[in-house]
Design a protein around this ligand. Sequence first.
Ligand SMILES: Nc1nc2c(c(=O)[nH]1)N[C@H]1C(S)=C(S)[C@@H](COP(=O)(O)O)O[C@H]1N2
Ligand SMILES: [Mo]
Length: 397
Amino acid sequence: MDEPNDPGRRALLAGTASALAGAALPAGAQTPPARPALPAYVSWKDPSQVIVHTQTTIETKRTAFGTSVITPADRLYIRNNLPAPDVSIVANRDAWQVAVEGVQQPRTLSVAELKGMGIETIAAVLQCSGNGRGLFADKPSGTKWSVGAAGCVIWSGVPVRTLVAALGGVAGGARYMTGTGGETLPAGIDPKAVMVERSVPLAAMENALLAWEMNGEPVPHAHGGPLRLVVPGYSGINNIKYVKRLAFTAQETDAAIQKTGYRMSPPGAKGDPSQPSIWEMDVKSWINSPAPEAGPVKAGWVQVHGVAMGGTRALRRVDVSIDGGQTWREAKFVGPDLGRYAWRVFVLPVELKPGQYVLASRAQDVQFQWQAEATPENAGGYLNAGWRAHALPVTVA
Ligand SMILES: Nc1nc2c(c(=O)[nH]1)N[C@H]1C(S)=C(S)[C@@H](COP(=O)(O)O)O[C@H]1N2
Ligand SMILES: [Mo]
């Protein structure tokens, strides 16, 4: 789980997982199932392109990232802190309602009404805060994501600032934008312990959308349809799926997922509000090909390619190394530049003779900020952007 300090949600998900495991494995079976199959709510995903960690954590394979920028929905990762709501919520998408609070004229609006208020489209990296957790040396607890808890997608919806302006502006004293997920909460557990409710600084509202479309189709239920709060540049958890409430608040929510969860806390420490919240993403890049997962590389010219993101800023350059970071060469960006919140594909052609190589990449943003060589170990295993941890050993034959 991404949330090591939350016994409520942990117990809930553990219950689901063991019930499913029990069903999958006949009594007395010798070999456990290799990988769980795609759960029903995402049965439409391409099973050959994803890694199913659990029913609620599904990763895109490194080899499934192409070079044409956008991540198709059927390969995009999935991360649910709670079981997804019933698929019936997308039966009538336009009827879905969101309560807007902490504005001069608070109101509940349907998706149909939102569609009449404004439309903006933005390409953005969606990346789980725990992406790269499996690459930390001290192996923090939680899903051992490699690079595939991320994708670059195009969202379409109404800008939050437009919506807020239509409702008379934010109420005095608001300092945060707080979104609440539309999951039905389990009975008998303190709602605050399990609910997916997140606050981000009010300034993030400028670029945020309430989105009903993703990659040219209605937002799939599993990715937050009928309506998703998209906060470009902010890590996955802040992008609330099936959003049912958007509040402008003086304080951060006291839901556990905000208060103690998703904090940059030192290894071994419990999360608490004094530690930085997991909000903005960092400049980061990684190589997708050649991938050790794809087997030995044939000697000759190889197009080394990967993706690079600036977090909240545009990119300036990305360098590639084939000797583990001793020497670097500047790669070329290819494909369309979809704005500072999208990622960019980079390519460097290199001629490789038979031998062992360590491929690495490091990106730099327009403020000359280099991708970190190493991200400090932290209890949750969050925000791993270190280029050294992302380096790939490959054998060329
Ligand atoms: N309502 C709701 N929103 C949510 C979550 C959730 O469990 N419930 N998970 C968050 C996390 S941790 C991530 S990484 C992203 C995952 O989005 P995806 O499943 O569409 O890839 O959604 C975020 N928004
Ligand atoms: Mo996440």
